[in-house]
Design a protein around this ligand. Structure first.
Ligand SMILES: C[S@@+](CC[C@H](N)C(=O)[O-])C[C@H]1O[C@@H](n2cnc3c(N)ncnc32)[C@H](O)[C@@H]1O
Length: 317
């Protein structure tokens, strides 16, 4: 069977995945239907491509892998009943909006090989999936509303984070039901986004929309919407919380930590029109989030912006 994503064949892609991670491979559907790819090529042309802000986005991660790690580790802890202490490589976690495998990379760096879950990184952007594979990560090309690569009841945790608002409102209930389909009973689904009316949502509407290379006009989430989404799918133990999800940077002095913060934000959001305007970027960040600079216990300067995120979680019945 041949396909545009796979210069050789789906079969050779499957054997490559099996070599990358035999544990994660257990959740992969062995018979992928050719029709499943029909709408992917169109969906893949989103803003996370080199023509949009995809390359800049990946450059932001290169600048600082751990800038968003506090929030990431909090989310991973919610994906196991024993929190972070329960995480280990025999668990299969599917990140349905994986980008270049950011959450997988942070988990691997901070938890180490033995405690890092086996990730199935999944994204609708082929550019992002190719990047995961290039970096040696287990990755599948599929949309969050139809994770057709993954067997029913086969994974221990599902994550939708850092971009769930990109799923159109009309598709969100389908995406949550799809998460339930691939989870084993007792597995945990964590949905993360930013709250309508929050500083982050306003930052997207006011700053990203006007200064980015790509428009950013996506509805975020309300706590009620998250509850309704979980209620319409087979989940119990449902919670909706607000968590702290900051950007944090370190430098030898205040100026270098702030410079890194500004560069990161310009790249992450593709803020082309603010590219060399560090002071303006910092003023905007201070206005929307508050910028705090402090010396940490190691004598380094730490620049931090406080973001809050809305997080729903539920256990597959
Ligand atoms: C803001 S990026 C976040 C990537 C990564 N989780 C991170 O934190 O760096 C959002 C990602 O979601 C992907 N995406 C958008 N809509 C999607 C959909 N409907 N299904 C799957 N992936 C989608 C984009 O291609 C992009 O890679």
């Amino acid at each position: 069977m041949e396909n545009i994503m796979f210069p050789n064949s789906i079969d050779s892609h499957l054997s490559q995945l099996e070599k990358i991670n035999p544990v994660a491979f257990k959740a992969i559907e062995p018979r992928i239907a050719r029709e499943s790819f029909d709408c992917l090529a169109k969906l893949s042309r989103n803003e996370f491509t080199p023509e949009g802000r995809g390359s800049d986005y990946l450059d932001s991660i290169q600048l600082s892998l751990l800038a968003r790690s506090e929030g990431v580790m909090d989310l991973l802890g919610k994906m196991h009943p024993n929190g972070r202490d329960g995480l280990c490589s025999s668990l299969i976690f599917c990140d349905l909006l994986a980008g270049d495998g950011y959450v997988n990379k942070v988990a691997h760096q901070l938890l180490g090989e033995a405690r890092c879950p086996s990730f199935i990184n999944s994204d609708v952007s082929k550019f992002m999936v190719d990047r995961c594979i290039r970096d040696g990560l287990f990755a599948t090309w599929q949309g969050a509303t139809d994770p057709f690569w993954i067997k029913d009841g086969s994974v221990d945790g599902v994550l939708m984070a850092y971009g769930t608002h990109h799923i159109p409102r009309a598709g969100r209930a389908t995406a949550v039901r799809a998460a339930a389909r691939i989870l084993r009973p007792g597995g945990i689904f964590v949905l993360h986004d930013f709250e309508e009316g929050s500083p982050t949502a306003r930052w997207f509407a006011d700053v990203v929309s006007t200064h980015s290379v790509t428009p950013h006009d996506y509805p975020h989430f309300t706590a009620g919407e998250v509850l309704d989404l979980f209620a319409a799918a087979p989940f119990d133990d449902v919670t909706v919380q607000r968590i702290s999800d900051p950007f944090v940077f370190h430098g030898g002095d205040e100026e270098s930590a702030l410079q890194l913060l500004a560069e990161y934000v310009v790249k992450m959001y593709g803020l082309e029109k603010l590219r060399s305007r560090t002071q303006r970027v910092l003023a905007l960040l201070d206005e929307y989030f508050g910028v705090v600079v402090a010396r940490n216990a190691h004598g380094e300067c730490e620049a931090r912006i406080a973001r809050n995120a809305l997080v729903g979680s539920g256990r597959r019945v």
